[in-house]
Ligand binder design. Structure first.
Ligand code: FRU
Length: 467
């Protein structure tokens, strides 16, 4: 399926990737083992799935503007979650119902076909605020038979088809099948500026009816973006990215939040949300999405933050942002644990055993570090940029240098006995407390490695090889 606009956009994307790609590739801050756009802008992971032998990661892609632009669905494909092929975009903004952006959504697989549900963004011309008026957020479906090209596209629902009392912001459909029925969650903002999640059901994947709305008893932010609802080890979880929360101590330190509620009861009827937990306490984590890979649930997040007060110097090379590494989600005592997929270990170079003491320094441009802290306070600096320290129950991630405006983030942590740190050329992901406490951040260093300023214990360090 293609039309003249799609054909032109396809050629333009090819051309801009060919012409601007070499400049982006020269940036010393290009990442070694994270997914990033070849040129331009990336935000949310979309349509995550495994079709046959292939993993597919789509992403919000602005090929023509490294500060945003009109969104396409960029496309990476892999056999092993490590080696990725960049394919042409899967979805282009080429229809009246998605002309100002093919926004976030998900993939549902059935009978060897890929059903891609997404939000078609339309901004009507006129004197509108684009929150309560003037914007169409259409629920759309694109079908692919080969996982590379789209055979049909259609608009399934428009704003008038959503429940009453909502603003124009209703988006990011995530679809799955359960008990012989299809279900969809979408994030929404009410006219009273409350965030909530809408549940739709369908018997045929095409005709959808609203069947429930889930929110907190008290308002919790004005908009919930990118919902993801799933069961893990008998516990239901609702992941959302809420906007409009005020900072409270070590909670909600970023412009927007991102985390999950445990959900008790049946999401189709009477149910209740437990206490919200943040998925990441670093500077750069937002809009994650998960999918089932056999028995395991894998999640990717966007290692970025919308409307953040800090910037990313990669824009000088015409690109911006990356995804997190894929993580396996597990559940423990009502909490979600996030830990990198074991496949990443295949990138390990030779093991370096480190006896930690103040002044100890290991050079490595990219590394996987497992640090046994011996329960003692410590302070270490990654890439001369990101300082991670712990004392008296507080883990602090500070970026005093090369952080492009990032300052410090704190997290309660009773005792970080083992820490895992995955450092790429311009990113650091910290996993503590068995994956219950994660901190992700970008940084833009000029030297690479890790140095202990204080601390004891032992560490294992592997340099990460370029896939
Ligand atoms: C989250 C988000 C989504 C939207 C997409 C547009 O980062 O705002 O709600 O679909 O980005 O790129």
């Amino acid at each position: 399926m293609s039309n003249a606009l799609q054909r032109d956009l396809m050629r333009l994307v090819e051309r801009v990737e060919r012409e601007d790609g070499p400049r982006a590739a020269q940036d010393p801050h290009r990442l070694a083992f994270h997914l990033m756009p070849p040129v331009g802008w990336l935000n949310d992971p979309n349509g995550l799935c495994r079709m046959g032998e292939d993993y597919h990661v789509f992403f919000q892609y602005g090929p023509f503007d490294c500060t945003g632009g009109v969104k396409h669905w960029g496309h990476y494909r892999s056999r092993d979650l490590i080696h990725w092929d960049l394919l042409p975009p899967m979805l282009y903004p080429d229809q009246p119902y998605d002309i100002h952006g093919v926004y976030s959504g998900s993939a549902y697989l059935e009978d060897g076909k890929m059903y891609l549900y997404y939000t078609g963004n339309v901004k009507h011309e006129g004197d509108y605020d684009y929150v309560y008026t003037g914007r169409g957020h259409n629920t759309c479906l694109a079908v692919s038979e080969d996982g590379r090209t789209v055979t049909s596209k259609q608009c399934l629902m428009e704003n008038k088809d959503y429940p009453a009392g909502l603003s124009c912001h209703v988006r990011d459909p995530k679809v799955w099948k359960q008990d012989g029925m299809y279900y969809m969650v979408q994030g929404a903002r009410t006219v009273e500026d409350r965030g909530e999640v809408l549940i739709f059901q369908s018997e045929d994947k095409v005709h959808w009816t609203h069947c429930n709305t889930i929110t907190t008893p008290e308002p919790f932010g004005y908009m919930w973006e990118c919902p993801d609802l799933f069961e893990l080890d008998g516990q239901w979880f609702l992941c959302v990215s809420p906007q409009g929360l005020e900072r409270a101590g070590d909670c909600f330190q970023n412009r927007y939040a991102c985390g999950y509620f445990p959900l008790y009861g049946d999401f189709r009827g009477a149910c209740r949300l437990g206490a919200f937990q943040e998925l990441d306490k670093g500077f750069d984590f937002y809009a994650p999405q998960s999918f089932l890979d056999g028995a395991r649930r894998i999640q990717f997040g966007w290692m970025g933050m919308p409307d953040a007060e800090y910037t990313n110097p990669t824009t000088a090379y015409g690109w911006q942002h990356c995804l997190t590494v894929p993580c396996v989600l597990t559940a423990k005592a009502g909490k979600l644990l996030r830990n990198p997929v074991p496949e990443l270990d295949t990138l390990h170079g030779a093991l370096r055993q480190v006896a930690v003491s103040a002044g100890r320094h290991e050079e490595a441009r990219t590394f996987d570090l497992r640090y046994q802290t011996a329960g003692q306070p410590f302070s270490l600096t990654i890439h001369d940029s990101v300082r991670l320290s712990w004392k008296e129950g507080t883990l602090t991630l500070a970026v005093p240098a090369h952080g492009a405006g990032r300052t410090a983030r704190i997290a309660h942590c009773a005792q970080p006995s083992v820490l895992r740190i995955l450092a790429d050329t311009s990113s650091v992901e910290v996993f503590a407390d068995g994956g219950a406490l994660c901190l992700s951040t970008r940084c833009y260093p000029e030297n690479w490695g890790v140095r202990w300023d204080a601390g004891t214990g032992t560490a294992e360090l592997w340099e990460m090889q370029q896939p």
